[in-house]
Design a protein around this ligand. Sequence first.
Ligand code: SF4
Length: 605
Amino acid sequence: MQGWTGVFLKVNLTSNKAAAEPYNEDLALNFLGGRGFAIKILWGTLKRGTDPLSPENKLIFATGPLTGIGLPNSGKLVIASKSPLTGGYGDGNFGSWAAVNIRKAGYDALVIEGKASNPLILHIKDKTCEFLDAKDLWGKSSFEVEDQLAKKYSKLAGIVSIGPAGENLVKFATVVSQKGRAGGRPGMGAVMGSKNLKAIVIEGTQPIPLAYPDEMKKLAVDGYKELLAKPLYAFWKRQGTMSTVEWSQENSVLPTFNYQQGAFEKAEEISGFAMEKMKVSNRGCPQCNMTCGNVVKDSEGKDSELDYENVVMLGSNIGLGNLAQVATLNRLTDEFGFDAISLGSALGFAMEASEKGLISEKIGWGQFEEIKKLVYDIAYRRGLGAVLAEGVRSAAAVIGRGSSDWAMHVKGLEVSAYDCHTAPGMALAYGTSSIGAHHKDAWVITWEIKAGRESYDEAKVDYLIKTQLMRGGAFEALTVCRFPQGSLGFELEWYHKYLRASTGQDFPMEKLNLISDRILTLIRAFWVREYGAKWSRSLDVPPMRWFKDPLTDGPLKGSVLNLEKYNAMLDIYYQKRGWSQNGVPTKETLEKLGLADVASQLVVS
Ligand code: SF4
């Protein structure tokens, strides 16, 4: 096999055993890597109904055939497991030297199960694996862990860790690397915490097997040059994703006061241009020349790495218009190991509940000190913090009195930072995303606004599916960053060339789409299998706030989504995916995708 190492490292933390296990080439050709490997492993090895926080759940770090080779934006991995937040499939991708080192150590994925009896660090160096005591690190922030381990191991080692949020099983805890790269929104940090695994250090020294190494070198250099020459490159380096704040404000999709408004009176103060005035440097993922992490000094004088989603969810969504204070919340998010989107949503939910008198705690919009205290309370599960640590779906079930209408989530995962009161296509993207309401698989909102935001037509469904197959399927399986293509217009042709130089095989678009469809359909089957009798198409409908509560301010004041039209669009989506009108892949679809064995395990039609 060329392009893949053909080996997974399987680690059992209960028995302190690790074994390199070769896998069949068919797996690589049919599922590619990353998210594809993750869902295939979870589907095949996890018993239905497994408790996500039990030793039986698997925590998977998966790479793809382009990872670690020194290509543009390819230093990424996918972290996946059954989610404790949603009860379905959960994953996330993030850049880390761990991705590069997994491949250089001779593996395509780490598959971790079991539970250590005491806090542990896993140290992998090529073929060796050590289980080291982590008592001294337990309780420390992800930044402190990174600092301590970086002193001990080689400069090129990959380090991933959890902070107190993961240790305390906060359901939206992430895994953090390099003090700002974080992944696994639906609670992958809690899964790591449930296994008593504080950190992984991985070092690899071997070459990655490539079909055409010389051609690959040249293509890599050409790719980096091509990115540098893109017209939007210079502005991207200045602001990264932060320019989206202005765009969202102009288009009235900026989450504000828990998605009650689409525009914020202090948007300018948390904008990309405001950030530029505070910026001290850029940081980014390995092997990337677009480094989009904007480092600023926060209100406590410490470094904080900003991007759009974090700033908006910890800014306008909770009524905070002071960027230095937003940056402090953002840094705490990375230190504790929270997902920033879910944290911002939980805070906004609590503020609205407080304002409506549904809880006794007083948490005012934009009140920095009160918010900061609540962030600590969530990390350590104190008082209201313990309720919010379960996510907004669960918090609404506790608080009741209609709050589930404005608990902003899909399938338990909090909504990313785009208001959809007047964006039915983006609402459908959230509704049908593989992990719950996340934008990564299909960021269709900029296209939608140009194409006509009011309509619910078939063209939107077609564009959504095309985007999901490319971003949610191919990019997540290759574990490459979506920004070169999505934000700078880096042509898809590059990936076909890279794949050929890596694997020696051709993957034209049609073949890639088929693989993507297979991956996304198997993910859907996993959700259906896990939810069983509780599965229903209503799980593909975004929060009722967008249908019932008109925008309270901004240029689109009064707008709402139409539920009947949304459901008609969902019908078309299901039909095009080959899923039943209950959102379940049909037997014919499963057979067409080479997943015939899956059908017998789906009890709902
Ligand atoms: S563009 Fe940003 S997210 Fe993508 S690889 Fe580079 S630093 Fe990472």
